[in-house]
Design a protein around this ligand. Structure first.
Ligand code: SAM
Length: 234
């Protein structure tokens, strides 16, 4: 289901990453299960083997090349969908303590089955980020929050920053088209500071990681409920 091991290794190497045979076996299982499950449940538009490898797996793993994630960090992936970026990251960095959050239960069901197949430990949360981050057990409890392709920078900051401990980081994975600076006031209001915008190229596409450091607690009135968020962005 994936390109063969040799080609897969060389695609990883082109992005400055190393692929072991153990990782390759897990990525193969992931790709196979994703494509099979996707026939009945909409998870991804990407189903070609090389595209899955590059646009889902390598893209996800690049996060830990460009942002330093210390050993045994806790990480919540907000709007994880079919597990991107955090499940490939966990295959590459098994020490990361993973929490997967999505508002669609059919995606959480897929992720539970997937992680069982991959023998990956994770916590699964079905719910909306703006509700879950108000719960004491999840508020400001994570070293990292990540998100790819979920919302614009302002909305995404309100969904993700409340989960991060002061001193931790929120990392947004972005394509080329959005003016992310429109969300930087929201970052500040929520207790964050933009540390860096890291550009990279993947499959001839320009992409960016926005690395936000949490420098102070998020004021208790955030996140607002979803109807307030929809009415007016921060
Ligand atoms: N991150 C994945 C990726 O890069 O392939 C999935 C992206 S998909 C376009 C957006 C996902 O975010 C969906 O699975 C959706 O259910 C979830 N989502 C959207 N708003 C959310 C919210 N407020 N709280 C939790 N999940 C949300």
């Amino acid at each position: 289901m994936l390109p063969d091991f040799e080609l897969s290794c060389s695609l990883f190497e082109q992005s400055g990453l190393t692929l072991t045979s153990e990782m390759y076996a897990k990525f193969s299982t992931y790709a196979e299960f994703l494509v099979e499950y996707n026939k009945n449940v909409n998870l991804t538009a990407i189903t070609e083997p090389e595209e899955i490898l590059v646009k889902h797996f390598i893209d996800s793993v690049l996060l830990c090349k460009y942002a330093e994630i210390p050993q045994n960090s806790t990480l919540i992936d907000v709007g994880t969908g079919a597990g991107f970026p955090s499940v490939p990251l966990k295959i590459y960095r098994p020490d990361i303590k993973l929490t997967l959050l999505d508002s669609l239960n059919k995606r959480i069901t897929f992720l539970k089955l997937l992680c069982e197949k991959l023998e990956i430990e994770a916590e699964f949360i079905h719910g909306r980020a703006e509700d879950i981050s108000r719960m004491t057990e999840y508020r400001e409890k994570f070293d990292f929050a990540t998100a790819r392709a979920v919302a614009n920078m302002s909305l995404l900051s309100e969904l993700c920053i409340p989960f991060v401990k002061p001193g931790g980081s929120f990392i947004a994975m972005k394509g080329p088209s959005e003016d992310v600076s429109l969300g930087y006031n929201a970052v500040k209001i929520l207790g964050g500071e933009v540390l860096s915008e890291i550009p990279y190229t993947l499959a001839d596409e320009e992409r960016r990681l926005i690395h936000v450091k949490k420098i102070s607690q998020t004021p208790s009135k955030y996140p607002r409920n979803s109807s307030q968020i929809k009415k007016k962005l921060l």
